[in-house]
Design a protein around this ligand. Structure first.
Ligand code: ADP
Length: 474
């Protein structure tokens, strides 16, 4: 299938007045030049979503679900092509791109079925001649803004819920990875999702398009996944119009291993939680907090596993660690590592990157303290930061010592300890002896500066629906 490089608006491929280049993060080779959406194109997309809304919301939910199911099937039928495209523009190992396409399709499958289960309520009234009913209605056309780290899944997680609820959408993929979103639009077009229901506006001028989305009174909801700084400013911008907002923002996940943990399981979980997508995930383990008696053994076992990782071009066989996304990411990693070392951390595996390549060999740092930037900031790379905790309560205090609250990982075997720990964690999600929590049937989302709203699960439709309560006197 031809690579889609135009904007997808109102069921048509629309060339803009300007284009921008998309590069392979591994070698900086140009992959394609893509239409650069501007304010005018954003407006056209918004109008298309508004026009398509009445018919889409009126379509019986099972029929909306059927179209979502068809789109999921189409994705699964083209896993290899879609995965390769993702690896090209994002850099991740091909096996991870394959997993991402399947994960992305799973949201469409999940919400295809949820569409049919958007139940209302009948409430017992205080009067015999009165009926109280609650029905769920779609909020209206929605704006979806997604990041580059999971170009398919971050989009389908929102689109699946929006479309199932009966909303239409204008979406802006990240400027670094617009091709996956456009490939998805091609498939949506093929399966017959009506024109205007999905509109994709790629751009390298994110705020120009984003500003139109949030300023438009037609758009009733914004769902954003990305940095806390941008999320906060979009939230402010949505205030005047009182738009519904869901924000899935940064994380600073603690990965706690208590002394009674099964260490082999903890190391296996750590490898997934840290190195998936080369560490570029908002649920990536950011701060390893290890109870003192096992700190050394855990570090040794982890280094043993880490040294077996193979960095390289994502599409090459045997590679399990692709490049980081861009030069800014490399510079940030160097800064975090150097700052930690200057303040007394030790590199126990690897070396600070030389800055000449985006391919970062894993680094393991020990002796992290709360004064270091690496303790406060999202690392977003294959760098492990280890800190020792004196005991359980010290570990919990360290785990909660962050403004974020997306996910926390805890490894232990004692049930009472685990229960205390789970209850004490300030977080939206917990992995208990589990390094990967993301799945379509569970509610994904955070608290504190990690944002609000839940994606996936039976709660996922809530953000896209409004309750209409009807009191009827007979
Ligand atoms: P990241 O650090 O993951 O790149 P960003 O928050 O910068 O996080 O980007 C996430 C998404 O937000 C991307 O699609 C990006 O283009 C978009 N974005 C960035 N700045 C703005 C803005 N001012 N308005 C709207 N969208 C924006």
């Amino acid at each position: 299938m031809k690579l889609a490089t135009e904007a997808y608006v109102d069921g048509s491929w629309v060339p803009g007045t300007r284009r921008f280049a998309v590069y392979d993060p591994f070698d900086n080779a140009m992959i394609a030049e893509v239409t650069a959406g501007d304010a005018a194109l954003a407006d056209t997309a918004i109008e298309a979503a508004a026009r398509a809304f009445p018919a889409w919301r009126a379509k019986p939910a099972p029929e909306r679900g059927k179209l979502l199911g068809a789109l999921a099937a189409k994705m699964l039928g083209e896993v290899d092509r879609l995965a390769l495209l993702c690896t090209r523009e994002n850099g991740k190992a091909l096996s991870e791109s394959v997993a991402e396409v399947k994960y992305a399709a799973s949201f469409l499958t999940w919400f295809a079925a949820e569409a049919e289960r958007a139940y209302g309520e009948a409430i017992p009234s205080s009067y015999s001649d009165q009926r109280l009913l609650v029905q769920r209605e779609p909020v209206g056309p929605c704006a979806l803004i997604t990041p580059w780290n999971f170009p398919y899944a971050m989009l389908t997680r929102k689109l699946g819920a929006a479309l199932a609820a009966g909303c239409t959408a204008v979406a802006k993929p990240a400027e670094l990875t617009p091709l996956s979103a456009l490939a998805l639009a091609q498939l949506a077009d093929e399966v017959g999702i009506p024109r205007g229901v999905i509109n994709i506006v790629p751009t390298d001028h994110a705020s120009e398009v984003g500003d139109r989305f949030v300023a438009s009174p037609v758009i009733r909801k914004l769902s954003f996944t990305g940095s806390t700084a941008v999320g906060r400013s979009l939230l402010r911008a949505c205030a005047d119009d009182l738009k519904r907002v869901s924000l899935e923002l940064g994380g600073n996940a603690p990965f706690v291993v208590l002394a009674d943990a099964d260490l082999d399981k903890a190391v296996a979980g750590a490898m997934i939680a840290k190195f998936r997508n080369a560490g570029q995930s908002c649920v990536a383990a950011n701060r390893f907090i290890i109870e003192a008696p096992i700190a050394k053994v855990f570090a040794n076992k982890l280094v043993e596993q880490v040294s077996q990782l193979t960095p390289g071009r994502g599409s090459d066989p045997g590679v399990d660690l692709g490049p980081v996304i861009d030069d800014r990411a490399v510079a940030k990693l160097i800064k975090l590592i150097d700052d930690a070392v200057e303040q007394g951390a030790r590199i126990i595996h690897g070396a600070s990157p030389d800055g000449r390549s985006r391919l970062i060999s894993p680094v393991v740092l020990d002796g992290i303290t709360s004064d270091m930037a690496i303790w406060r900031e999202e690392i977003f790379g294959p760098v492990v930061a280890l800190r020792t905790a004196k005991n359980e309560s010290d570990a919990l205090a360290q785990a909660n010592d962050t403004e974020y609250g997306l996910v926390s990982y805890i490894y232990a075997t004692d049930a009472a300890r685990l229960t205390r720990f789970i209850d004490g964690l300030e977080t939206g999600m917990v992995g208990v002896n589990e390094g990967l929590v993301s799945t379509a049937q569970a509610p994904f989302g955070g608290i504190k500066h990690s944002g609000f709203g839940r994606e996936g699960s039976r709660h996922g439709l809530d953000d896209y629906t409004a309750l209409k309560y009807v009191a009827t006197r007979l």
